[in-house]
Design a protein around this ligand. Structure first.
Ligand code: DGT
Ligand code: CA
Ligand code: CA
Ligand code: ZN
Length: 588
């Protein structure tokens, strides 16, 4: 049995991948065997794409379990083990000592490989990101052989990406702990009300920090409780009504305490967004009111008019209360004043999930385990949608394997009367817009997803043509993760998105809102445009490769809300008979 991962046990896959990748880069710089260099890069890519935390894999099965992950050999597994158990990797430290620190800093820039980094370092003596930005601004890189205006732009973009990647975290990295701490706060007798605020309450895809708010008549008790919670790693600041802590996974949380009388005004203010608040303040001013985190006041008499609840704050301005997810000053204030706020889709409306992988391809769980999870989520249906054979790296199914899966699913449907299991597949849209299987196979499936998994850097026309061709395929019901972005890692591919929306609406093809927290693709603004301008319809899918990640639906629904989607816009909210009827409409 493996040692329980201790010190380093909560290292994220992304951080492990970054270290393994850095090892490969340093080996490259040191002129080591290219085979070893590539092996490290492959392992890093594989870890990045792996959804289950490696520390869990390791806890369950030791280093041997790690080698089951593609790209991870025995050597790498041992190193990961070392990292997980001790939080240290001496081999990595050793390599770092051989490479100048300035060069290591340059290696952090996405898209700047070791060869180019070394050239910049050696020829121009640039030893930091700051110096690199300056050199680009002065166009000093252009003089280097193999560099030009274009590569300067690319490097600058890489630096920006690196910086934003480190300023903000994914919503999913902060949300669970915020919710956990909120629940603890609400249990305390001296806490009257407590909520999240800021970008986390608005469920923005990335957040700068975690804002919490509570009301109490005993602020000292609240502060004392907050800084003594077991999750606290250290206390950054402790005040009478505001404290900041860092929790064990490195995130910062701020808690403010206000009086019960002020709570609504404070919650409104600290929820933001800033743009929403600025607009609201303007409306208040026109009416002779002043609005701030303490309440709404009459400017002339200074009399306090509202502030105990958020509803009260909006009501005094003659408005309905807009749901936090849409408080971005993008029309919600007008809608609230005209009493035509959208009836946003909610998690409770979701009756199923259209995009789930199992161990038949690159998922981790069996179909039975997926069914069990679906039942705990209260679903009426699920779609098993594994990859097909052309996506070999994802263990895609051959026609024969698919036929076998169809039989297995039919048998499972016999056993489970309370849930319907649909057989779908995720087709890979190739460079010509063709997919793995033709009509004779696809017609056997209940649902077909078409997604792009490669060729991301092709010209706009080519990428768009691939998607348009797939949209015209009468068997493809859903376009998976339509823009291909991966937050902090990969920009969306360059497509004519409006042409895709138009074709989606015309062909009756649903657009996926992929709930995976680093995808959330389509994003909020795109959802709204696709709906309002083109009349598209959507599915909210998790693309879970681990049954536990089917709970990511919550992030998808939040993003749908941010895109102003209602129940009617989302296929997963319809009952099975309606879903089948709507899917059948595209079939020949
Ligand atoms: P973040 O943390 O960057 O993801 O974004 P937020 O929206 O959470 O911003 P944060 O944490 O700086 O402040 C929380 C809320 O407080 C913000 O959404 C609105 C409010 N707020 C902060 N600064 C200002 C300000 O200067 N004016 C107004 N009207 N509201 C502000
Ligand atoms: Ca914030
Ligand atoms: Ca804040
Ligand atoms: Zn998928």
């Amino acid at each position: 049995m493996a040692n329980k991962a201790q010190t380093g046990g909560n290292i994220r896959n992304e951080d492990i991948a970054r270290i393994i990748e850095a090892i490969g880069d340093m080996l490259d710089i040191l002129g080591e065997n290219q085979f070893r260099v590539r092996a490290h890069r492959n392992a890093a890519a594989s870890i990045r794409g792996y959804t289950r935390p490696l520390f869990e894999v390791y806890d369950a099965g030791g280093p041997k379990a790690l080698t089951a992950i593609s790209g991870i050999g025995e050597h790498t597994a041992k190193r990961i083990e070392q990292l997980l158990v001790t939080g240290q990797l001496p081999y990595y430290e050793e390599l770092k000592a051989k490479v100048p620190p300035g060069l290591i800093e340059l290696l952090n820039v996405p898209g700047l490989g070791p060869k180019k980094a070394k050239k910049i370092y050696d020829s121009l003596g640039i030893k930091s990101l700051k110096a690199l930005v300056e050199a680009i601004e002065e166009h000093r890189l252009e003089s280097l052989p193999g560099f030009g205006r274009k590569s300067e732009e690319n490097i600058l973009r890489g630096i920006k990406q690196f910086e934003t990647m480190h300023e903000r975290i994914l919503l999913s990295e902060g949300y669970p702990i915020a919710r956990e701490i909120l629940a603890r706060l609400r249990e305390q007798p001296f806490v009257e009300r407590a909520d999240t605020a800021g970008s986390l309450r608005r469920m923005q895809e990335t957040i700068g920090d975690i804002d919490l708010l509570c009301s109490s008549d005993e602020p000292a008790n609240v502060m004392e409780f907050f800084i003594s919670m077991p999750q606290v790693a250290y206390v950054l600041a402790q005040g009478e009504t505001k404290s900041s802590i860092v929790v064990t996974n490195g995130l910062q949380l701020d808690l403010r305490v206000v009086t019960p009388e002020q709570y609504g005004a404070a919650l409104q203010y600290f929820t933001g967004s800033k743009e929403h608040n600025v607009h609201l303040r303007h409306i208040a001013k026109v009416r002779g009111f002043k609005i701030n985190e303490y309440g709404v006041f009459d400017v002339e008499t200074d009399q306090r008019l509202a502030g105990k609840t958020e509803e009260e704050v909006y009501a005094i301005l003659d408005m309905e209360t807009p749901p936090p997810a849409i408080r971005e000053d993008r029309g919600e204030i007008e809608a609230a004043a005209e009493r035509r706020l959208p009836n946003l889709v909610e998690l409770a409306d979701i009756k199923g999930d259209f995009h789930i992988h199992t161990k038949w391809s690159d998922g981790l769980n069996s179909i039975e385990e997926v069914i069990a999870m679906a039942k705990t989520l209260g679903y009426d249906f699920i779609v098993i949608s594994d990859h097909a054979e052309k996506l070999r790296i994802a263990g895609g199914l051959s026609v024969r394997e698919l036929e076998e899966q169809l039989e297995v699913i039919a048998a499972l449907n016999e056993q489970h009367a309370d849930i319907e299991i649909l057989c779908g597949m995720e087709m890979n849209i190739d460079n010509d817009g063709e997919v793995d299987f033709g009509a004779s196979v696809l017609e056997k499936l209940d649902v077909v997803i078409g997604s792009i998994h490669g060729g991301f850097t092709q010209p706009k026309e080519k990428l768009t043509a691939r998607l348009l061709k797939a949209l015209e395929n009468p068997y493809i019901n859903i376009i998976g993760h339509p823009t291909g972005r991966v937050l902090g890692q990969r920009p969306p591919y360059d497509i004519d998105i409006q042409a895709v929306f138009k074709a989606s609406a015309e062909t009756g093809t649903f657009l996926e809102l992929n709930s995976y927290p680093n995808r959330l693709d389509l994003k909020d603004d795109h959802l709204r445009e696709a709906k309002d301008v083109f009349g598209c319809m959507f599915t909210i899918d998790t693309d879970a490769h681990v049954a536990g990640n089917m709970t990511y639906m919550e992030y998808g629904v939040a993003t749908a809300q941010r895109g102003w989607l209602t129940k009617q816009d989302v296929l997963n909210t319809y009952n099975m008979a309606e879903v089948k009827r709507m899917l059948a409409q595209k079939r020949p």
